[in-house]
Write a protein that binds this ligand. Sequence first.
Ligand code: SF4
Length: 426
Amino acid sequence: MTDLSALPPGDGLRGTTIPVLRERGQREVFCGLTGIVWLHRKMQDAFFLVVGSRTCAHLIQSAAGVMIFSEPRFGTAILGDRDLAGIADANDELDRLCVQLLERRPDIGTLFLVGSCPSEVIKLDLAKAAERLSAQLLPRVRVVSYSGSGIETTFTQGEDSALGALVPLMPRSEARQLLVVGCVADVVEDQFRRVFDQLGIGPVAFFPARRAGDLPSVGPNTDLLLAQPFVGNTVRALESLGARILEAPYPFGAEGTTEWFAAAAGAWGVDNALFQTVTKPLEDRARKAVSRHVPRLSGKSLFLMPDSQLEIPIARFLNRELGMRLIEVGTPHLDRRLVAAELPLLPDDITLSEGQDVERQLDRLRAAAPDLVLCGLGLANPLEAEGFATKWSIELVFSPVHGYEQAGDLAELFARPLDRRERLRV
Ligand code: SF4
């Protein structure tokens, strides 16, 4: 149990002695368009229009698993051959399409124009398009743009880019407030709000909010508490407006969640006895839910391929609360500042790798023969065919996994593939 009085000031400056293996080679990752799947669920007045190719449309459709005749809040404006050859004026066409869309969908308050590889190849200026359309459509609809493309990105960076595009539009405020940064499911937001209320911490805003139009304010008295470790650019943009980051582990598992609340409680001067009263029963319940999966996971070895940028906090949770043995913890990008409170919680006999050279990493994986592999969709099937048990990292952003109430579900996500194998063996 975290004792607030035991937390040293400036705790986040702790480091780690684990050496980092940096690799720059072929990567197996999804692009940032994938973020639309969870962002459109969260921001219920937003529409995401990908300006891209049939491949982009395909990726989004299959990632979201939607039927073509439903009216989701995302779509693709497909660039045709004439656009790509520069014959047609893609700008005129895009403006016409957006206006049509917004006439048909009066529920849309924020329209995101999402850049893709094809729109970037033909240098279609979506930032300009957003400005042009906003001038025409405000105050009813705000149009913003960001890039979801990426050979060099990871699928979670789409969220960072989308939130980053909203930062310049946020109202400024001098008032003291806590801003939770990174998309969390509504059910998690409600639970977190209840705990902050009980601790007397507030006002608290979430970014993104349930309505993209309800932009939280930011200023020199805004404390940032991060719910996701992949929002580095957004955090830097918020810091440039005066906000300051509260370093904490991420709210995954019982321990991580308590430490996360403790960072806010420490900054807001919450009384230690009150903190214990509020969090202890919740933490105890979470530990009990997690402990159900200890017999299945304890002592099992885990190899985390770099995919979602959630690998470090998830590895910490599985190691410390479930007793899993970590072999390699891979992350696509190591932003030391954003994981400063996580790194010292990892055991120091692991390989911590950043970036990817997929063939070399697969060689290491095969040599280590782990019981379970956390990886992207592209690697899961081939690895299953080789006999490895896998868990898709994308599930960590598609399912609610933050906080006390979800700690047991998070553990179960990892227990399930091993259970399935066990049953198949019988
Ligand atoms: S944005 Fe690029 S990487 Fe992503 S689906 Fe479209 S073409 Fe593929």
